[in-house]
Design a protein around this ligand. Structure first.
Ligand SMILES: [Fe+2]
Length: 196
């Protein structure tokens, strides 16, 4: 179960996993491979609730870095991108949005903390709320969305998360609390472990 302190309009909490049908990871990738259009936010969240990734399927992509969390691209076409992220305790993203892509994250193992932000009337970043996610939980990031996710240093556990983005991630925006300044990360930067 997730721990919701408050709900925001930007994020949709998905908690009906008990009702979700199972979908093998192979079928999940085949479904994405067959896409000939952009999937909807609802479809992305439904597919992430359904998919079941076994430990054997995670294993080829399961790898950690010491300085930052590790990103492993599992699939990418014109319409969607799947990443497996591996986090040691204390590793987290910068504060970022997805620059127009829908996104959904499913926790495979460990505990994920998510901090959510918004912009005030002057365009400055402000804190909104924090949520905690556990294995099989799915959190969907609608547009707009500004958040920071990571593995809390107090968890004592490695964290592995499955991410689906549509369209695939391009240049992403980064933020600082109290500032209206927006930075940018390119795909090469963040695939190299710089973050996001
Ligand atoms: Fe994100």
């Amino acid at each position: 179960m997730s721990t919701d302190i408050t709900q925001t309009a930007h994020y949709q909490t998905i908690e009906n996993r008990a009702e979700a049908r199972a979908c093998s990871f192979t079928d999940f990738i085949e479904k994405l491979s067959a896409l000939n259009r952009a999937p909807t936010f609802e479809e992305i969240n439904e597919w992430m609730r359904e998919v079941e990734m076994s430990a054997a399927e995670v294993q080829p992509h399961r790898g950690f870095k010491s300085a930052t969390y590790a990103r492993h691209r599992v699939f990418r076409n014109d319409y969607a991108e799947v990443l497996l992220l591996c986090w040691r305790p204390g590793q987290r993203t910068p504060i970022h949005d997805h620059n127009g892509s829908f996104g959904a994250v499913r926790v495979c193992e460990g505990v994920m903390w998510e901090t959510i932000f918004s912009l005030d009337d002057e365009g400055r970043l402000r804190y909104e709320t924090v949520r905690e996610w556990h294995p099989a939980d799915v959190t969907g990031a609608d547009v707009p969305d500004i958040h920071q996710i990571g593995n809390p240093d107090v968890s004592g556990l490695d964290l592995v998360t499955l991410h689906l983005y549509a369209p695939p991630l391009g240049v992403l925006n980064t933020y600082r609390v109290g500032s209206a300044e927006i930075g940018h990360y390119t795909v090469d930067e963040f695939m190299d472990g710089a973050g996001i």
